[in-house]
Ligand binder design. Structure first.
Ligand SMILES: Nc1ncnc2c1ncn2[C@@H]1O[C@H](COP(=O)(O)OP(=O)(O)OP(=O)(O)O)[C@@H](O)[C@H]1O
Ligand SMILES: Cc1ncc(CO)c(N)n1
Length: 270
């Protein structure tokens, strides 16, 4: 029997929650890694009972379980990039930040998940300050959506100029670059994201897709960025290509369930 020489296959990790409906969280991240031909590893922080209509229950993993998953993978495999998603509580945010420091990790995408599109709280109030103080400063790229950026930057966001100011504010928290996602903006800004790396602003604009099947767009974007970093792409190129991937996947949104369906991660096969 021959075995595929896979020693050069890049490896990425997602540290996030499970979405039982399969649209967001770990499930979206692993599908996104596979699309990019990157081997996906996962550290589960919590289990959500969730479908296209919303979240009905959340069970947390213990910080010890998070640590064990992380360390067991890290001591064995060369993980090229990591994304964080739903971290749920202060203890888990602290645990993850501590491990990033201990392992000296640089290629980290922090998606500061706080609330779902359906309005469910995905991060405890107490954890927001810890996220700001401990985790955002470790991010190579932080990817807040409009509402998360408002909380992190302590300002309202209505215009492109507001998105740019918020990106500057979040950059000041210590992230090496910031991408503010525009999916929750209104009108012409719906498909516009703003990037800032301390030096330059970039405005990323793709066509706005008219669909209600947007569940997991944010998870998919940050996972695609991490996959591209694991593939060795420069940061801004990683972001640009990830945004294009989400746009294509949105064109093939899956009308499954009675609410907001997931994006079509495997669109070329449909
Ligand atoms: N209707 C749309 N058309 C095109 N691009 C979109 C649309 N909605 C969201 N996007 C893009 O999807 C990406 C994720 O942005 P969004 O603001 O939806 O993140 P999010 O709120 O974190 O997502 P989630 O629903 O997973 O919580 C961004 O690049 C954004 O521009
Ligand atoms: C598990 C999980 N992570 C992230 C999000 C944000 O979309 C969600 N709805 N569920």
């Amino acid at each position: 029997m021959t075995s595929f020489n896979s020693s050069s296959i890049p490896i990425a990790m997602t540290i996030a929650g499970s979405d039982s409906g399969g649209g967001a969280g770990i499930q979206a991240d692993l599908r996104t890694f596979s699309f990019h031909c990157v081997h996906g590893t996962s550290v589960l922080t919590c289990i959500t009972a969730q479908n296209t209509l919303g979240v009905t229950r959340v069970d947390a993993m213990s910080p010890e379980a998070v640590t064990a998953q992380f360390e067991t993978v890290m001591v064995d495999m060369r993980v090229g990039a990591i994304k964080t998603g739903m971290l749920l509580n202060q203890e888990i945010v602290k645990t993850v930040a501590k491990k990033f420091v201990a392992f000296g990790l640089g290629n980290v995408v922090v998606d500061p998940v706080m609330v779902s599109r359906t309005g469910a709280q995905l991060l405890d109030d107490a954890a927001v300050k810890t996220m700001k103080d401990l985790l955002i400063p470790l991010a190579a790229i932080a990817t807040p959506n409009r509402y998360e950026a408002q909380i992190l930057a302590e300002m309202e966001i209505h215009t492109l100029a507001d998105m740019q100011t918020a990106a500057q504010q979040i950059y000041k928290l210590g992230a090496r670059s910031v991408l503010i996602k525009g999916g929750a903006m209104s009108g012409a800004l719906k498909a516009v994201d703003v990037w800032f790396d301390g030096d330059r602003f970039e405005v990323l604009q793709t066509e706005a897709i008219d669909t209600q099947h947007t569940h997991g767009t944010g998870c998919t974007l940050s996972a695609a960025i991490a996959a591209n970093l694991a593939l060795g792409k420069p940061h801004f190129q990683a972001v640009q290509e990830a945004k294009n991937y989400v746009t294509e996947a949105l064109k093939y949104g899956l009308a499954i369930g009675r609410g907001q369906g997931p994006v079509g991660h495997f669109y070329p096969l449909l």
